[in-house]
Design a binder for this molecule. Structure first.
Ligand code: ZN
Ligand code: ZN
Length: 420
C-alpha cells in the first residue's frame, strides 16, 4: 500500500534559470514572464515589414486587416499586436502600422441569435478596451450576407424575387450537397469578403491568426478537397493572386503572424492574461483566424463529419503528443513555392482582354494542367449540373478542381445566388 506521493519539485525556467518553470513553451519549462516574451517574439518577427522605420514620417501608417472571431487565436494576436504598437509608440512616438479588426457575424446562417447578441456586446467591450482615440485600432462588424453588397453578381441578372441578401445566401448554402462542400464554399466566401474589405479600406495586408496547428489542419484538408495547388497561397505569407480583371495592378499581402505557435501555446498565453479572458468566446470546435465554418453548420452525426472537422480533431490530438510533427507539416508546405507562373498567365490574359484563367468561385488562378486531370476524373463522378454552370455564367473550364468538386451534386440556385 502506498501513501500520498510527495509533490514533484517544479523545474526551474529554462530561460532565466531563476523562477519556477510552471508552463511549457514547446518542450521547455518556462516561467510565465519568459513564456509571454517567447510567445510575443514569434509574431513580432513576422511583422518585420511594418517596422516604424519602413513607414515615412509624414505618411499615415498602413491599416492592416485582422479577421476576428472571439477564438483564442485572433484574441491573442490582437493583444500581442496592441502591445507591439504600444512599444513602438513608446520608443519612437508613432507606430509602423494600424489595425482594422473585423468580425463577420454569421448568425443569419448559423441561427445562433443569442450567441450573436453576446458577441455584439463583447465586440463593443473589446472596442472600448483596445480601441479609441490614438490607439491606432479600429473595429468593424459586418454580416456574412453583406458579401452581396460588395460586388456585382455574375451570371443571370438578379431580381427582387431572389429576396434579401440573407435569403439568397441561405438558398446558396442549402443547395450544396454535403457538409464538406458547404464548409468549403463558406470558407471561400469568408476569405473573399475579407479581401473585398481590405481593398475597400486600402489595406496592404490581411493578418490571419492561424496557429501552427490550424495551418497543419488546413494544409491537409485543402489537399484532400482537391485544392492542393493553391495551398501555398492559403497558408503562406505571400501576395494573394487577385483576379486581374477585377483588381488590375492591386497588390494584397497575407501574413500569418502566429504560424510558429501551437494552438495549446495560445491557450497558455490566454490563461496567463486575465484581462483578455472576458473577450474569449470559444466555439464548439473553435478554429482560428476566421469564423469557423464548423461552428456555422452544426454536426449531427459521425457520418456527417466533414474533412475540415476530421482534420481539426486529428491535429488537436497530435499537438498534445507530437508537436514537432505538426510543426513539420507547416514547415514543409512553407517551402513549396506558390505557382506564380499561373499568376503571370492570368495577368497576361487580362492585358490582352482574353478570358482570364481565374476560378469564377474561389478567385485563384486555375492550374490548367490540373484541370485536365480533373476532367479525366470527372468522367467517373457525378457531373456538374449544366443548370448551375449556366446560372454562374461560366464554362466548366473556368472553375478550379476544388470548386468543381464542391459544386458537384449542387442543386440549381447556387449559381443564381453566387455573390461574386
Ligand atoms: Zn523565466
Ligand atoms: Zn476555385
Amino acid at each position: 500500500m502506498t501513501g500520498p506521493q510527495p509533490a514533484r519539485p517544479v523545474p526551474p525556467c529554462a530561460r532565466c534559470k531563476c523562477s519556477p518553470g510552471t508552463v511549457t513553451g514547446r518542450n521547455d519549462p518556462l516561467c510565465s514572464t519568459c513564456f509571454i516574451s517567447y510567445a510575443r517574439s514569434k509574431p513580432i518577427k513576422r511583422m518585420d515589414p511594418f517596422r516604424v522605420r519602413n513607414n515615412p514620417t509624414n505618411a499615415p501608417p498602413p491599416l492592416l486587416l485582422l479577421p476576428f472571431s472571439f477564438g483564442v487565436s485572433s484574441l491573442t494576436l490582437l493583444h500581442i499586436l496592441k502591445e507591439h504598437m504600444s512599444s513602438q509608440r513608446t520608443r519612437v512616438g508613432r507606430t509602423g502600422y494600424g489595425l482594422l479588426v473585423v468580425w463577420v457575424d454569421d448568425s443569419g446562417i448559423s441561427g445562433d441569435g443569442p450567441g450573436s447578441v453576446r458577441k455584439k456586446e463583447t465586440f463593443m467591450g473589446l472596442e472600448s478596451h483596445f480601441g479609441g482615440e490614438g490607439s491606432g485600432i479600429t473595429f468593424k462588424s459586418v454580416q456574412l450576407e453583406d458579401i452581396y453588397t460588395y460586388s456585382q453578381p455574375q451570371g443571370a441578372p438578379t431580381s427582387s424575387a431572389e429576396g434579401t441578401n440573407l435569403e439568397k445566401l441561405r438558398v446558396l448554402i442549402s443547395s450544396l450537397p454535403s457538409l464538406s462542400s458547404k464548409q468549403d464554399i463558406l470558407t471561400t466566401l469568408l476569405t473573399r469578403l475579407f479581401i473585398r474589405l481590405a481593398i475597400q479600406h486600402s489595406s496592404p495586408a490581411i493578418l490571419f491568426s492561424h496557429s501552427t496547428t490550424r495551418l497543419a489542419e488546413k494544409t491537409l484538408s485543402e489537399t484532400a478537397k482537391g485544392r492542393g495547388y493553391s495551398v501555398p497561397w492559403s497558408t503562406s505569407d505571400c501576395t494573394i493572386p487577385l483576379p486581374p480583371s477585377q483588381f488590375p495592378h492591386r497588390k494584397l499581402q497575407t501574413i500569418y503572424p502566429l504560424r510558429d505557435l501551437l494552438k495549446k501555446e495560445l491557450h497558455t498565453y490566454l490563461s496567463l492574461t486575465p484581462s483578455l479572458q472576458p473577450f474569449h468566446i470559444p466555439s464548439s470546435s473553435s478554429s482560428s483566424a476566421t469564423p469557423s465554418p464548423q461552428s456555422i453548420i452544426p454536426i449531427s452525426t459521425a457520418k456527417d463529419t466533414s474533412i475540415d472537422s476530421l482534420m481539426h480533431q486529428y491535429f488537436s490530438q497530435m499537438e498534445q503528443t507530437y508537436p514537432s510533427i505538426v510543426a513539420n507539416v507547416v514547415k514543409t508546405i512553407g517551402r513549396v513555392p506558390a505557382p506564380t507562373h499561373l499568376v503571370a498567365l492570368a495577368e497576361v490574359a487580362a492585358e490582352v482582354e482574353q478570358s482570364v484563367p481565374n476560378c469564377a468561385v474561389c478567385g485563384f488562378p486555375i492550374d490548367i494542367d490540373e484541370a485536365d486531370v480533373w476532367e479525366e476524373e470527372d468522367r467517373d463522378v457525378k457531373k456538374l449540373s449544366v443548370g448551375v454552370l449556366s446560372e454562374l455564367g461560366v464554362g466548366v473550364e473556368e472553375l478550379c478542381g476544388g470548386c468543381r468538386r464542391s459544386l458537384e451534386g449542387a442543386k440549381e440556385g447556387v449559381g443564381a445566388r453566387w455573390p461574386l
